[in-house]
Design a protein around this ligand. Structure first.
Ligand code: 13P
Length: 250
């Protein structure tokens, strides 16, 4: 049985004034020990959020693949660890689109993060054009194959299926489509890493909120959620953690 993981991605939101939300979310996470929760915050907030979060892991949203060097504006995995991060997102579609990140770079970032001791949430997902063209599963499984790090292991790696057209739009795929895609991702993982694939958590992300979390999290092969807008406040995020917890106790 895979423990559910509910992770927030604050994207480019969050100042010290928001640390009270981190603490409130961490308190709720502590009250729901049947699920894992985490918050991935901007680099500048990691150190303070790690203190505010207590036992709940705090993560980053990106990491550079190199250990050090002439990479102006970038952050290494060791820097994230020193700041107090326990994990990082890699390959978010906003970085694949805005920073032109390739599967090969995403793979290298995941490997660098793991080498430094960080957990990794690796994102994949198709665009609306790709879905409309009937290419969604082919695109996503190719992303899995291209960006899966060496030594992929459920102890430190989760995948997050985030259809680009569902991010921040209020639109979500049907439960049938979610289950079909997560099943296809799991099948691809099995082809790549064998039995370990059954242990790897596959999160769903894209317009998850307190109202739809229970039905999305109940889909076959959905092992948690990666949440953007609805993770910014305890008021919106805690119901998602609680939805995951109630499924985990059932
Ligand atoms: P929203 O939950 O705001 O749609 O964002 C999803 C996402 O991109 C999480 O990484």
């Amino acid at each position: 049985m895979r423990r559910k993981l509910v992770a927030g991605n604050w994207k480019m939101h969050g100042l010290k004034a928001d640390l009270s939300e981190v603490t409130a979310i961490a308190t709720a996470a502590g009250a729901n020990p049947s699920v894992d929760a985490a918050l991935c915050v901007p680099f500048t907030l990691i150190a303070a959020a790690a203190v505010a979060a207590g036992d709940m892991p705090v993560g980053a949203q990106d990491v550079h693949q190199a250990a050090k060097g002439a990479h102006t504006g970038c952050i290494s995995a060791a820097m994230l660890v020193e700041a107090g991060a326990g994990l990082t997102i890699v390959g978010h579609s906003e970085r694949r689109a805005d920073q032109y990140e390739t599967d090969a770079q995403v793979k290298a970032k995941a490997e660098a993060a793991h080498a430094a001791g960080l957990g990794v949430i690796l994102c994949i997902g198709e665009t609306l054009d790709e879905r409309d063209a009937g290419q969604a599963e082919a695109v996503v499984t190719a992303q899995v194959a291209g960006s899966l790090p060496e030594g992929a292991d459920a102890a430190w790696l989760s995948l997050a299926y985030e259809p680009v057209w569902a991010i921040g739009t209020g639109r979500t795929p049907t439960e049938v489509d979610v289950a079909a895609m997560h099943g296809a991702i799991r099948a691809k993982l099995t082809a790549l890493i064998g039995d370990e694939a059954a242990k790897v958590r596959i999160l769903y992300g894209g317009s998850v909120n307190g109202a739809n979390a229970a039905s999305l999290l109940a889909c076959a092969d959905v092992d948690g959620a990666l949440v953007g807008g609805a993770s910014l406040t305890a008021e919106k995020f805690v119901p998602i953690i609680e939805a995951a917890a109630s499924l985990s106790q059932a």
